[in-house]
Design a protein around this ligand. Structure first.
Ligand code: DAT
Ligand code: MG
Length: 140
């Protein structure tokens, strides 16, 4: 196992309900360290660019509109196996399929408004971290 970094986003449904602290507790309890974090309000163009990989999916427009609807908290999590570990802590995309104790099981409202984003592989983690953070902002 290696120490990795992954990009996490606390989505508008969660920031709106004041769940940032409870979600961060889940990360820290799992041994993930928050090495960068900021609250931003994405423009539709920025949200569209971030989720460009999904541009041909039927839910793309709804996803972009949702991600730009209210502020989000973007963060970099660091730890052993951080990419896979964060995906475990998050739970399945659809909260109906998420395991007990996961963020999405406890907090997500629907498959679209599912509280958190997490990078899915080493290459995407690198690109997604660079999308939001400069090297100076990563304080390990
Ligand atoms: P994940 O966020 O678990 O990596 P994904 O990359 O497949 O899932 O999709 C990105 C986001 O798009 C997901 O968090 C919520 C939204 N989404 C995915 N499938 C959807 C669907 N069937 N209906 C509505 N939104 C969906
Ligand atoms: Mg994904």
């Amino acid at each position: 196992m290696a120490v990795e970094r992954t990009l996490s986003i606390i989505k508008p449904d969660a920031t709106r309900r004041n769940l940032t602290g409870k979600i961060n507790q889940k990360f820290e309890d799992a041994g993930l360290r928050i090495v960068a974090q900021k609250r931003i309000h994405l423009s539709p163009a920025q949200a569209g660019k971030f989720y460009e990989v999904h541009k041909d999916r039927p839910f793309y427009g709804e996803l972009v509109e949702f991600m730009a609807s209210e502020p989000v908290v973007v963060q970099v999590l660091e730890g052993e196996n951080a990419i896979a570990k964060n995906r475990e802590v998050m739970g399945a995309t659809n909260p109906a399929n998420a395991d007990a104790g996961t963020i999405r099981k406890e907090f997500a409202l629907s498959v679209g408004e599912n509280s958190v984003h997490g990078s899915d592989a080493a290459e995407t983690a690198k690109e997604e971290i660079a999308f939001f953070f400069s090297g100076l902002e990563l304080v390990g």
